[in-house]
Design a protein around this ligand. Structure first.
Ligand SMILES: Cc1cc2nc3c(=O)[nH]c(=O)nc-3n(C[C@H](O)[C@H](O)[C@H](O)COP(=O)(O)O)c2cc1C
Length: 355
């Protein structure tokens, strides 16, 4: 039986246990220059000390237009590289493998950055139409992901993760709702990301983890698995599974299983991959019991923890060693966008207890 404390190898690198920090944007931590701040360094250092085997740093924009908002972390220019070294060094000091998630918002782009771009012209949130990228623009966009990956490598990251879910650009290529193209990028909906993976592998070398956070059903589980297989064939080493645009149309979870419908997408992908690459699942795993259950029953290779680790940086140690922790209040307010000034109630509770 695999235990949460058992190590795992991803592309020759040892992840010391099965617990990973899922990418979670810290709104308002970055300034308009998209650079790492002291707040980021403190945030990730505390979490690396909290026992996690792997940390995936939050969604980071590969072009200025691909940001969620003005105050969003970026790796679109060389000057943004240096600040990341403090994060990667803090993780490595704790023996934690560290990746960074690379993203472009695509058609969900913030209109303050101009007309949103995507695979096709579709209606976007303010009622206007997105711009359908030409082949040349697609190749330029792929190159932006590759350049950001090269900067990540220079900053000391062990690898990168492509953000391929939650309705952003890579996910938009995979979804038949947002990809209406009649060229090769429409015929093969995973091609956009598969080509990025191949280019990153060729530029960043073999000893560099390439991961993708992919959707578990787009528009259904069978299609999502087909896309994931194409990513693995292209050189992807590690799949983290979350939801996409259409993810909850199928009931994948067996009645009575102690995990969420979202986590079931990862369990389904894990089964389909048959050990070709490690697979991770996520979703509502906020107490140690279901986390251990998933690993001990061979339902997934790693478990992604987001709000649990936001609420308490020591949550992974609590799962590993059965120690006390402050549980996430599930207030969901940490998901609010920039400028909300929300303070996590679990964080306040912890601070009070420490006084
Ligand atoms: C504040 C916040 C920021 C998030 N930012 C990202 C992100 O940058 N990239 C991403 O793929 N998912 C992001 N997510 C989604 C989480 O990684 C995770 O999939 C989701 O919260 C479910 O996991 P949980 O139940 O453990 O919180 C974010 C979630 C929260 C709460």
């Amino acid at each position: 039986m695999t235990k949460v404390s058992d190590p795992l190898t991803i592309n020759g690198m040892t992840v010391k246990n099965r617990l990973t920090f899922a990418p979670t944007v810290k709104f308002d931590y970055a300034g308009e220059d998209g650079r790492v701040t002291e707040k980021h360094v403190k945030h990730y250092t505390e979490r690396a000390r909290g026992g996690l085997g792997l940390i995936c740093v939050e969604a980071t924009a590969v072009t200025p237009e691909g940001r969620f908002a003005k105050n969003h972390l970026g790796l679109w220019e060389d000057g943004q590289t240096e600040g990341h070294k403090a994060i990667t060094e803090a993780c490595h000091d704790q023996g934690t493998v560290v990746l960074i998630q690379l993203n472009h918002t695509g058609i969900t782009g913030n209109p303050i950055f101009g007309t949103p771009v995507g695979p096709s012209a579709v209606t976007v949130r303010d009622g206007s139409m997105s711009h359908a990228m030409s082949i040349e623009e697609i190749h330029e966009m792929q190159d932006s992901f590759v350049s950001a990956a090269l900067r990540a490598k220079k900053a000391g990251y062990d690898g990168i993760q492509l953000h391929g879910c939650h309705g952003y650009l890579i996910n938009q290529f995979v979804s038949p709702k947002t990809n209406l193209r009649d060229d090769e990028y429409g015929a093969d909906k995973a091609l956009f990301a598969a080509e990025i993976i191949k280019k990153i592998r060729s530029e960043c070398g073999d000893r560099f983890i390439i991961s993708i956070r992919t959707t578990g059903a787009e528009p259904d589980a069978k299609s999502a698995i087909k896309a994931a297989r194409e990513y693995v064939d292209a050189g992807c080493d590690y799949l983290q599974v979350s939801h996409g645009i259409d993810s909850f149309t199928e009931k994948l979870k067996k009645e009575g299983e102690p995990y969420s419908d979202l986590a079931a997408l990862g369990v389904n992908m894990h089964k389909a991959m048959e050990g070709r690459v490690p697979v991770s699942c996520v979703g509502g795993l906020l107490t140690p019991e279901p986390v251990r259950y998933m690993i001990e029953n061979g339902l997934t290779d790693t478990v992604d923890l987001a709000r649990g680790v936001l609420a308490d940086p020591n949550f992974a140690n609590a799962v590993l060693n059965d120690t006390a922790y402050t549980k996430c209040f599930e207030c969901e307010r940490c998901q609010y966008g920039p400028g909300t000034k929300h303070v996590c109630p679990a964080e306040l509770k912890r601070q009070k207890a420490m006084r």
